[in-house]
Design a binder for this molecule. Structure first.
Ligand SMILES: Cc1ncc(COP(=O)(O)O)c(C=O)c1O
Length: 487
C-alpha cells in the first residue's frame, strides 16, 4: 500500500507553516483528515509511525500521537500493532448541491410569497407599531428586577404553556378589555400570534380538511393552513365582516376570522353575523380561530368584545399578540382556549411547546399588573387616532387618483383602493424612497383578481412625513398607469 511520499510531507509542512492562529494539532488534524476524505491517502494505506512523522514534520511526538488518536476515534484511521492504516470510507459527495436540487414538498409551493418584513425606519410598513414610544428605561428596570429576584432559578425550562404570572395577568386584562372571562389554565403563551395559529391548526385539524379564510386576509393564516395541508376556501368580506352561507356542500373544520377589525379591509363583524357564525360552527363541529391582533386600538367607540366571550361554550380559539400593542421583536403572543379544550389539549401542548423567554414573560407580567400596559395602550390609542385622521387628510389633499379608503374605526393601517394599478410595482418602487406600503392584491388568494390598492401602515410613521410620502406614491401611481397604457 502506498506510503505518503515527499509531496505529501511538503503539503503537510506547508499547511503547518501557514497556519494562522490555529494550534499545530488542529492544523495537522485537518490536513490529514482532508487528505483521507479527498482520496490522496487511499483506503488501507499505512501511515509512517508517529516517530517518523514527528521527525519529518518537526513536531513533537505528543502532537502527532494526539492527532492520530483523534482520527482513530473518529474512524478515519484504524490502529493495530504495526501502526495506523487509512480506513475504507464511502466516498464523500463530489460537489456541493445546488439550490435547484432542493425541492419544497409540493404542498408548500402554495405558501404566500412576498411577506418581507421591513425595518421600522421605512414609512407605511403595515403592522409595525410606534416602537420609538415604547418605554425602554422602564422595560430595562423590569428585566433587571426579574433577573435580580429570580436569579439562576430562571435559567431552567419553564412551564410548556408559559410563565404562570403572565398567563394570570393576561386573563385579568382580557376580562377588563375584551370581555373574555378565563382562567390562567386556558391561556397558552406562544411566540407571537403566528405560532399560536400554527399550534391551533396542528391541534384542531387533519390534513386534507377544509379551512375558510378571509379573502383578502392575513397571509400568516394562509401559511399555517397550507403547511398543514388543508384545503382553503376564500370567503369574501363586506362591511359586516366575513360573508358565509350556512348551507354549504362541505363544512369547514377551521374558520379563520379577524372579526373586531378585519385585516386588511377593517370591517367590524356585526353581532348578527357573529352569532350566526357561532351557531354554524356549533352545528357543524367547526372551530373558529379568532384573530384579535389589533382590537385594543378602536377610536370611535368602546372596544368590541371578542367572540370567545359571547357564549360560555363558544367553539372559538382566540389569538392575541403583543406585537402590535408593544413591539414585534418581543415575540410574545397567546392563545385562549375554552376550558374543556384546554384540558384535553394539555398533554399535546406539553409535548409540542417548551416555554422559554422566561425573563421577558415575567417582566411583561409586571408591566401588565403594575398598570403600565393599560397606560401605554391609552397613549398609543391617542397617537394612532390622531395619525389616522392626519393620514386621511393627507390622502384627501395629495392623492389625485380616484380612490376609496377603508380600514375601519381603529387599528394602525388604512387601505387605499385604486383600481387597475400594478400595486406590486408601486410597492416595490416605493422602497427606494424608504416607503414600504403593501400591495393590496397580495392579500387576496388570487393576487391577479384585479383588486388593487395600497395598505398604508401609519403606526410607525410620523405624521410630518405623510404629505410628501403620499405625493411620492401619487407620482409612482401615475408612472404605473402610464406604463400600463392607462395614464
Ligand atoms: C392580521 C394579523 N394577525 C396576526 C398577526 C400576528 O403577529 P405576531 O405573530 O407578530 O404576533 C399579524 C402580524 O403582522 C397580523 O397582521
Amino acid at each position: 500500500m502506498n506510503i505518503p511520499d515527499d509531496a505529501f510531507y511538503r503539503l503537510l509542512s506547508k499547511a503547518l507553516r501557514e497556519r494562522s492562529g490555529e494550534t499545530l494539532t488542529r492544523v495537522l488534524y485537518r490536513a490529514l483528515r482532508q487528505a483521507i476524505l479527498d482520496g490522496r491517502l487511499q483506503a488501507h494505506s499505512r501511515l509512517p509511525g508517529s516517530r517518523t512523522l514527528a521527525q519529518e514534520l518537526s513536531l513533537s511526538r505528543n502532537t502527532v500521537n494526539a492527532v492520530l488518536d483523534q482520527l482513530t476515534t473518529e474512524g478515519y484511521l484504524l490502529r493495530d500493532r504495526q501502526g495506523s492504516r487509512v480506513a475504507s470510507l464511502p466516498s464523500a459527495a463530489a460537489e456541493e448541491p445546488t439550490e435547484a436540487e432542493f425541492r419544497l414538498p409540493a404542498r408548500l409551493k402554495a405558501l404566500p410569497t412576498g411577506t418581507r418584513r421591513d425595518s421600522p425606519a421605512f414609512a407605511f410598513t403595515p403592522g409595525t407599531p410606534a416602537v420609538n414610544y415604547f418605554p425602554l428605561p422602564l422595560w430595562r428596570r423590569l428585566i433587571d428586577r426579574v433577573l435580580r429576584e429570580e436569579g439562576h432559578a430562571l435559567l431552567g425550562y419553564g412551564e410548556s404553556a408559559g410563565e404562570r404570572p403572565l398567563r394570570e395577568a393576561i386573563a385579568r386584562h382580557l376580562a377588563l378589555s375584551r370581555g373574555i372571562h378565563c382562567e390562567a389554565g386556558q391561556v397558552i403563551i406562544t411566540e407571537g400570534a403566528l405560532e399560536g395559529l400554527n399550534l391551533c391548526t396542528q391541534l384542531l385539524s387533519e390534513s386534507g380538511q377544509l379551512a375558510w379564510l378571509e379573502d383578502p386576509g392575513y397571509a400568516g393564516a394562509r401559511s399555517a393552513f397550507v403547511a398543514r395541508g388543508l384545503q382553503i376556501e376564500g370567503m369574501e368580506i363586506d362591511e359586516e365582516g366575513m360573508q358565509f352561507a350556512d348551507h354549504t356542500a362541505r363544512s369547514p373544520r377551521l374558520i379563520f376570522t379577524s372579526p373586531s377589525h378585519q385585516f386588511p379591509l377593517g370591517s367590524l363583524m356585526s353581532a348578527a353575523r357573529r352569532l350566526a357564525l357561532l351557531q354554524f360552527a356549533h352545528s357543524t363541529g367547526a372551530w373558529i380561530i379568532e384573530d384579535d391582533y389589533d382590537s385594543e386600538f378602536r377610536y370611535s367607540s368602546e372596544p368590541i368584545p371578542a367572540m370567545l366571550g359571547m357564549q360560555p361554550d363558544a367553539p372559538v380559539v382566540y389569538l392575541g399578540t403583543f406585537s402590535k400593542t408593544l413591539f414585534p421583536s418581543l415575540r410574545i403572543g397567546f392563545v385562549v382556549m375554552p376550558k374543556a379544550l384546554a384540558k384535553a389539549m394539555q398533554p399535546a401542548i406539553h409535548s409540542l411547546l417548551r416555554g422559554g423567554h422566561r425573563t421577558e414573560q415575567l417582566a411583561l407580567a409586571h408591566f401588565i399588573e403594575e398598570g403600565h400596559y393599560a397606560r401605554h395602550l391609552a397613549s398609543m390609542r391617542r397617537l394612532y387616532r390622531k395619525r389616522q385622521g392626519q393620514l386621511r387628510d393627507a390622502l384627501k389633499q395629495e392623492l389625485t387618483h380616484p380612490h376609496t379608503v377603508s380600514g375601519g374605526e381603529g387599528g394602525m393601517h388604512l387601505t387605499v383602493h385604486l383600481e387597475g394599478i400594478d400595486d406590486s410595482w408601486v410597492a416595490q418602487a416605493a422602497r427606494q424612497y424608504q416607503l414600504a406600503p403593501a400591495a393590496l392584491s397580495r392579500y387576496y388568494l388570487d393576487p391577479a383578481s384585479g383588486k388593487t390598492g395600497l395598505v398604508l401602515g401609519y403606526g410607525n410613521t410620523s405624521a410630518s412625513r405623510f404629505a410628501s410620502a403620499i405625493r411620492t406614491l401619487n407620482k409612482l401611481i401615475t408612472q404605473a398607469l402610464s406604463q400600463s397604457g392607462q395614464g
